[in-house]
Design a binder for this molecule. Structure first.
Ligand code: FE2
Ligand code: FE2
Length: 428
């Protein structure tokens, strides 16, 4: 397996081949930065902690456990996809993502074991006991208990949900607790590849769909029946999958207004995205931030204290980060000559956490009643029929250099390998 085996002095992962029996679950920490100081909160400018600060112990442990819980969850959600991989190239990417998420669990468990004593060990055991989607012992966050039933979901998950992971890791990489900062900085180097798998995966699906429509002379991409008959995923269904995974991922940021977020920031435990590059006082005692709220049945921007709205701010940064992929996907569609745009749904659409959890809204942000929602939600979110259709395409392709009908080959292979490179050797 080609995987990270060390970090070089600049803190970036080095990759090389490792025989599976020789693989070790190493803990990979970015190197310690000399004289690092806490970059935000009440302890701003003080030396970073090398041991757990007693006063913030419980909060710190909880944040590590929540982050740790997501890592094995995604492996539990995705591992069955090995059976239906659309190519050896994709199978190999799945393996790499899963191995790295497993190692991210290990990194969080290492912190619990090394720095928290007995209760840290108990929390670590619980991380192994919980299972994604389990009725009695589920994972801690909603999106990590949802099924990842097919490869389109996998690409959406790695694009949207791993990107939530990126934002959380960036915030924790700012932490005044230096060992946490160092593990997160290392994990971020691997997270980038997961999002690459998602972005290029969706690009390849969109590409293949456009090519097939063109070859068949289909002018209207919304003609779902005709497009599906070609053995590719129609663009409206891709939009529905996107709506689902984006909104599940928005929920991961928690409530827009949160005293927990304020406390974690004040304590110097969890900072903002690119904290050290932001030009302000890094204490936020007197500033405000605009939050989208439901006011008298309307979605409005309201200024709130910046400290309590850190979740909202991180979520806004996340949304900005998400848009890049959409621009690329839409470019593929327009280049193929089709008038169809993938879009991010409004933040009020399909939410289970925060300001909009008790109302229904269309993807355009128009508030609607329960009856309308129940009647129309199949237009916006994947239905059972959509799921069945996608499942019907999930036929494993294991021939060297071959790809399933519904996805284009990647533009370049891994490490510039030729298109027919045998990424995975399957022994029968
Ligand atoms: Fe991860
Ligand atoms: Fe990831």
């Amino acid at each position: 397996m080609r995987t990270a085996y060390s970090v070089d002095p600049r803190g970036w992962a080095k990759f090389d081949y490792v025989k599976m029996p020789d693989y070790r679950w190493g803990i990979l920490l970015a190197p310690q930065e000399e004289n690092r100081v806490i970059p935000f909160g009440e302890h701003y400018g003080e030396p970073a902690w090398q041991e757990v600060p007693g006063e913030h112990r419980a909060m710190l442990r909880r944040l590590i456990v929540i982050q740790g819980d997501t890592e094995p969850a995604s492996v539990e959600q995705q591992r069955h996809l090995g059976k239906t991989a659309p190519s050896l190239y994709d199978l190999r990417n799945l393996f790499q993502v899963n191995v790295e998420e497993g190692r991210h669990l290990w990194a969080m468990v290492y912190l619990l074991q090394k720095y928290f004593g007995r209760d840290g060990r108990e929390e670590a055991d619980d991380l192994l006991r919980r299972r994604s989607g389990d009725a009695d012992s589920p994972r801690m966050l909603g999106a990590f208990n949802e099924a990842t039933p097919d490869w389109l979901s996998f690409f959406m998950f790695t694009y949207f949900t791993d990107r939530d992971g990126k934002m959380q890791l960036h915030s924790l990489a700012q932490s005044g607790f230096d060992p946490l900062s160092r593990t997160c900085r290392f994990m971020l180097t691997e997270e980038a590849h997961h999002m690459f798998v998602g972005e290029t995966g969706i690009s390849r699906v969109v590409q293949r769909t456009c090519e097939a429509m063109k070859a068949a002379g289909i002018g209207d991409p919304s003609d779902v029946t005709k497009v599906r008959a070609l053995g590719v995923v129609d663009l409206p269904t891709i939009q529905k999958k996107l709506n689902l995974h984006y909104t599940l991922s928005l929920d991961l940021f928690g409530s827009e207004v949160s005293t927990n977020a304020a406390n974690a920031f004040n304590a110097g435990i969890k900072g903002r995205f690119h904290e050290t590059q932001i030009k302000d006082d890094h204490r936020l005692q007197n500033s405000t931030y605009p939050v989208l709220k439901l006011v008298n049945g309307e979605i409005k921007r309201v200024d709130e204290p910046a400290l309590t709205t850190l979740n909202m701010r991180l979520r806004d940064d996340y949304t900005q980060d998400c848009i890049k992929g959409l621009l690329r996907w839409n470019k593929i569609i327009s280049t193929a000559g089709y008038d169809f745009k993938l879009t991010l749904p409004n933040v009020a659409f399909h939410r289970q956490i925060g300001e909009f959890k008790d109302i229904h809204a269309t993807p355009d942000g128009v508030l609607i009643d329960d009856a309308t929602w129940n009647k129309r939600k199949g237009e916006w979110l994947p239905s059972t029929d959509d799921g069945d259709f996608i499942a019907s395409l999930m036929i494993p392709v294991t021939g060297v250099g071959e790809f399933a009908s519904w996805i284009s080959p990647p533009k370049v292979g891994i490490d510039n390998k030729p298109g027919d490179f045998e990424y995975v050797k399957i022994e029968t």
